[in-house]
Ligand binder design. Structure first.
Ligand SMILES: [Zn+2]
Length: 202
């Protein structure tokens, strides 16, 4: 399964058993649970194929919410020659793609999907000290973590103290994540090696 903005949904989201029925194609097959989706239309299940093929565009339903204000800011910075209407079109197009074709990540709080380099970033896993160490190529994992905190979090926390709360053990999948009441969500830019971290708690 490949999705632009979420790596390895089989690990981080999971699918139901064979007995569920997709609300879009009505076929009985393993599906994503759609109960946590946003919007007016209530869906129970959507299969990975329908989600990736954009069938959610037909419904008032979306799986997450993008940080569109920051995306516009980044797009404007990268393309100063484009006028506001063009930036808005580009940002709205990318935001719909994110919100209509990305598997729903279960989180403690509702936060806006982060962006980097003028695009939404890809979720690559739950933050843990081993993961940051690996991302830092065994050099300074803590610095990487501190620099990766999304701008929305910079004001409200002391990065050095927050590092103490980062789990010491890797969190390989959604089932393991449910053992933690504070979670770190790690994203990678689609266009560079930039890492972004969000965190929340119950
Ligand atoms: Zn389907």
């Amino acid at each position: 399964m490949t999705f632009t903005y979420l790596d390895q949904p089989e690990l981080f989201v999971g699918v139901s058993d064979e007995n569920s029925r997709c609300d879009l194609c009505h076929r009985q097959k393993p599906c994503f649970d759609a109960a946590g989706f946003f919007g007016e239309d209530e869906l129970a299940f959507i299969c990975p194929e329908c989600l990736s093929n954009g069938r959610l565009y037909e419904r008032d339903s979306y799986t997450c919410q993008g940080d569109v204000a920051e995306l516009k800011r980044q797009l404007h910075e990268a393309n100063p020659a484009l006028n506001k209407a063009d930036i808005d079109d580009l940002a709205d197009h990318k935001t719909l793609e994110l919100e209509k074709t990305t598997p729903h990540l279960v989180t403690w709080q509702d936060w806006e999907w982060p962006c980097a380099d003028g695009d939404y970033a890809r979720f690559i896993g739950y933050g843990s000290k081993p993961l940051y160490k690996q991302l830092a190529n065994d050099s300074d994992a803590q610095s990487l973590f501190e620099q990766s905190l999304y701008y929305t979090l910079k004001e409200e926390c002391e990065p050095g103290e927050l590092w103490e709360d980062v789990p010491k053990k890797a969190i390989p999948d959604y089932a393991a994540s449910s053992n933690y009441s504070t979670l770190f969500y790690v994203f990678k830019s689609l266009h560079s090696d930039q890492i972004i971290t969000l965190w929340d708690s119950d």
